[in-house]
Ligand binder design. Structure first.
Ligand code: ASP
Length: 205
């Protein structure tokens, strides 16, 4: 599949990845779900340029599906999200969908989409442990990694994936194991399915 004329759709639902605190040194006390998905997407562009080279052939489209702290995730938002994911994945020019999400119920959303959306195209759920305002915010790197995974030809047929801190997990096995570390997600029974660094994706299996 050629990247030319292919699109990656990024859907925003809120979470810490879209969170803001009153100062850059404040990484634990903040308000989740403050920044729009268009602003988050801009944060992964090269300074003064567009997307990093590996992704520059793709077009990007974003949509704000919800703006919630994911501890308040609801069946209504899940239903809307699944409808929008199915809508975009049915389009010929869409390579895959990335969803920004809070980490509290990220694994539930990933499992739900894995089991309820029937498509070979990748669905990649991504979050962050630090708000967007933090000195060392992990959101932009995680979002860039998630887009790189959605763009990767070998991501097809793997169902819903979760990308956090350079690791790619299956939406079926992943779980949150830590409340503050950027290394918060793990797949204890199955292990990670791959890793991503500098837009290069490597699959373990
Ligand atoms: N409470 C936040 C949320 O789930 C936590 C996070 O995103 O890390 O939206």
């Amino acid at each position: 599949m050629q990247a030319k004329n292919q699109k990656i759709v990024v859907l925003g639902t809120g979470g810490t990845i879209a969170g803001e605190s009153s100062s850059a040194s404040e990484g634990l006390s903040y308000k989740a779900a403050q920044r729009g998905i268009d602003v988050l997407l801009q944060s992964v562009a090269e300074i003064g340029q567009g997307m990093p080279k590996a992704l520059s052939a793709f077009q990007f489209e974003s949509e704000q599906v919800a703006q919630v702290d994911s501890k308040d995730m609801s069946f209504e938002v899940w239903q809307r999200l699944a409808l929008r994911v199915r809508h975009f994945l049915a389009k010929d020019d869409v390579r895959g969908v990335v969803i920004t999400h809070g980490t509290d119920t990220l694994e539930e959303t990933a499992t739900f989409l894995h089991l309820s959306v029937d498509s070979d195209k990748p669905i990649v759920v991504v979050g962050a442990m630090r708000p967007a305002t933090a000195y060392s915010a992990d959101g932009p790197a995680n979002l860039l990694d998630a887009c790189s995974v959605a763009a990767n030809p070998s991501a097809a047929g793997r169902g819903t994936l979760v990308v956090m801190n350079g690791r790619i997990h299956s939406g079926l096995w992943v779980g949150k194991r830590h409340v503050s570390s950027v290394e918060a997600f793990d797949s204890p029974l199955a292990g990670a399915v791959g890793e991503v660094a500098d837009q290069a994706v490597q699959w373990f299996r």
